[in-house]
Design a protein around this ligand. Structure first.
Ligand code: ADP
Length: 305
């Protein structure tokens, strides 16, 4: 079936539901609290694993209870956690989120141990990474580590996918040229290309500009409008969306990437994998939550039938 490595982040969401945000120096009581596993890397790994992929994750956690929670969560989905390293004296990645009755979210992100994932960590995992068919990355870990991983993939003939999220302001286009797939959403594409991306036509122009700078294949996710596949020397292909009634769109991009990776490594059929990915992401937004909303393989097959 093919093996996927995710080199990326993990976070624990600490969600407080409150009537309002406290003012400076004020203490107020909030009615409800919830914890959830997140981080773009972990989300993508979980989506791929739920669909039956063999997945290993290369990431770092702190030495706190959030680390235990993250490792248990990954293991429960059958993800190989041998390269999930605990860093003494550091906090795990956490995201305190405050949700007000209007639905307005205020979010703080503490990267914690994610900020310490280094090129040396990639080298330590090298032998196992060489056994993978696709390495999937995002940008919640240091850029140097991402550049190093892309170069590693190119050197060893392993395909790589970069989801440039959150939208980077200091990405060096030269150092991501060798990536096999660049998968931005519209905001990320606009930031990287420096061009406006408010329509499908503008998305295509911006993706073509990146191809002009050396990237081979850009897959742009377009929210409710599906996705675009823009490859060097080929005509642009549009992947039609699936109509659903959205309940919660958080984590749709991660569902798209995890499922794309899962179906792509099966037999390297790009069109078939994109067709599945728009369906998996659409299905995920019909339920609340991020990882909680990712369907199992059986449930997804039923959705597609
Ligand atoms: P992100 O979550 O990173 O902002 P997008 O909004 O582009 O990314 O969504 C990723 C994918 O999720 C889209 O390509 C599409 O397949 C699916 N999707 C997102 N929103 C909708 C929607 N309202 N209806 C149907 N599919 C959607």
């Amino acid at each position: 079936m093919g093996k996927i490595a995710v080199v990326g982040s993990n976070m624990v969401d600490l969600i407080t539901y409150t009537a309002r945000m406290p003012g400076p120096g004020e203490t107020i009581e909030a009615p409800r609290f919830e914890m959830g596993c997140g981080g773009k890397g972990a989300n993508q790994a979980i989506a791929a694993a739920r669909l039956g992929a063999e997945v290993m994750m290369v990431t770092k956690v702190g030495d706190d209870i959030f680390a235990d929670n993250t490792i248990r969560n990954l293991k429960e989905s059958g993800i190989d956690t041998r390269y999930v390293e605990r860093v003494p004296g550091t906090s795990s990645g956490v995201a305190p989120i405050f949700v007000e009755p209007s639905g307005e979210n205020s979010i703080l992100i503490i990267k914690g141990a994610n900020a310490l994932l280094s090129p040396a960590d990639i080298d330590r995992a090298a032998e196992d990474l060489k056994g993978c068919d696709l390495i999937v990355m995002q940008l919640e870990v240091p850029l140097e580590t991402i550049y190093h991983t892309i170069a590693f993939g190119a050197r060893h003939g392993i395909e790589t996918l970069l989801n440039p999220a959150p939208a980077p302001t200091d990405l060096d286009p030269k150092r991501i040229e060798q990536v096999t797939f660049l998968v931005p959403n519209q905001t990320e594409l606009a930031t990287i290309s420096g061009l406006p991306v408010n329509s499908e036509a503008e998305a295509e122009t911006a993706a073509r500009a990146l191809i002009g700078r050396g990237i081979r294949t850009v897959i742009v996710t377009l929210g409710a409008r599906g996705a675009l596949l823009v490859s060097k020397g080929e005509e642009t292909r549009r992947i039609e969306p699936v109509r659903v009634t959205p309940v919660d769109t958080t984590g749709a991009g991660d569902a798209f990437i995890g499922s794309f990776a899962r179906y792509y490594v099966e037999n390297r059929d790009l069109d078939a994998a994109l067709h599945k990915a728009v369906r998996y992401a659409a299905d995920s937004i019909t339920r609340p939550g991020t990882q909680k909303s990712y369907a199992s393989r059986e449930a997804f097959e039923a959705f597609c039938a």
